[in-house]
Design a protein around this ligand. Structure first.
Ligand code: NAD
Ligand code: DAU
Length: 341
């Protein structure tokens, strides 16, 4: 039995990864370590009913807890745990620097202390900054790291911390840099679930700026399968860009959601732009495709429809969030321009 240590496994992508790995492999057990911040949710794991899955609530910055939790003979650490929302990082960067940088260092130290075979860092395309509008430029693994938001800066710093652990101490590391994920169980502060939830409730849909920012969307399970490939066969010390060649203007994504739900476009409300808003992300995934034989399986049309269906069928999941602390976040974020939900 191989032993994995997964951090952030109660979040959106981490929980999808845990589910997929346990479903597709019989010989793997997982210690799932998550602080259950506002974004962590045990509901995301309620269908993971498997003796091979052990959940531990803990903070990746807490050295002793991490050392106690990493199992002896651990084969790999997958670091999903992070503060992940750009808008929150603009409001306050502190937690981003703590969790995303210090937390990564603590995990790398634990990997060394426990002789973990491989460390997989879940990074993001945002470390490479922004591409010019409507250009033929793409992010490749050779693109310079040019983060523009406090969130992206903290993830870029984590990549440097990783590099140092490898160069100085020989820790076996690999990094994934994926574009925008969508799918079930994404916290409704992010574009797609926010728009779905608001549309279902006939609330206004807040689109930043002119709505012409471009994001490169990928279904969450396709990202998880790519992480698996990188873990299995990625070259030590390398980064792999992950994307489904699926660039969309934000405004078009929002209109597709309204159309799928049979809601009018006049629910769209253009609001003040995000500070330092990256204009375009677009990933060239040739390396992960050619070297590791990965290809996305989900089409945009099917992925978006199945995501909308999931939110329609799981309104209690959304309501639990919308009735909690999220209400204050939403009011502070959008209240001046939109009527509150
Ligand atoms: P998320 O916000 O949904 O989940 C983050 C999880 O980390 C939560 O369960 C939270 O409780 C946990 N966490 C936060 N701080 C912690 C701490 N100090 N100790 C332990 N656990 C802690 O995020 P997500 O969208 O699932 O993203 C997961 C990872 O993937 C992040 O590292 C993010 O940077 C990266 N990523 C996300 C996307 C995307 O589109 N969402 C794209 C590329 C990369
Ligand atoms: O590219 C990968 C990154 O994608 C991940 O590293 C981040 O963790 C993840 O949050 C995401 O970052 P973005 O900032 O691109 O995602 P978000 O869903 O916040 O916004 C997507 C686009 O939609 C962006 O151009 C801003 C815009 N937007 C977002 C919100 C929340 C709006 O127009 N209105 C909104 O209310």
């Amino acid at each position: 039995m191989k032993k994995f240590f997964v951090t952030g496994g109660a979040g959106f992508i981490g929980s999808a990864f845990v589910r997929l790995v346990l479903e597709e492999n019989e010989d793997i057990s997982i210690v799932d370590f998550d602080a259950l911040t506002y974004a962590g949710n045990l509901e995301n794991l309620k269908d993971v009913d498997d003796a091979r899955h052990t959940f531990i609530r803990g903070d990746i910055c807490d050295r002793d807890s991490v050392l106690n939790a990493v199992p002896d003979g651990c084969d790999a650490i997958f670091n999903f745990a992070a503060e992940s929302h750009v808008d929150r990082s603009i409001h306050s960067a502190d937690e981003f620097l703590r969790t995303n940088i210090i937390g990564t260092q603590v995990l790398l130290d634990a990997a060394r202390a426990k002789n973990v075979r491989r460390f997989v860092q879940i990074s993001t395309d945002e470390v490479m900054g922004s591409l010019p509008d409507e250009s033929d430029d793409y992010f490749t693994e050779d693109s310079p790291l040019q983060p523009n938001s406090p969130y992206a800066a903290s993830k870029a710093a984590a990549e440097f911390v990783l590099r140092a652990a490898r160069e100085t101490f020989g820790v076996d590391t690999v990094t994934t840099r994926c574009g925008n994920n969508y799918g079930p169980r994404q916290f409704p502060e992010k574009l797609i679930p926010l728009m779905i939830a608001n549309a279902i409730n006939d609330d206004p849909l807040p689109v930043y700026g002119d709505g012409k920012n471009v994001r490169d969307w990928i279904f969450v399970d396709d990202h998880c399968r790519a992480i698996w490939k990188v873990y299995e066969n990625g070259r030590s010390g390398e980064a792999y860009n992950i994307g489904a060649r699926n660039e969309k203007y934000n405004i078009d994504v929002v209109k597709s959601i309204l159309d799928a739900l049979g809601k009018p476009h006049d629910l769209i409300a253009f609001v003040t732009d995000r500070l330092g808003h990256d204009r375009r992300y677009a990933i060239d995934p040739a390396k992960v495709e050619d070297e590791l034989g990965w290809k996305p399986q989900m089409t945009w049309e099917n992925g978006l429809q199945s995501t909308i269906d999931w939110y329609l069928n799981n309104q209690a999941w959304v309501d639990n969030i919308r009735n909690g602390e999220y209400r204050n976040y939403y009011k502070a974020m959008y209240g001046a321009e939109l009527k509150a939900t």
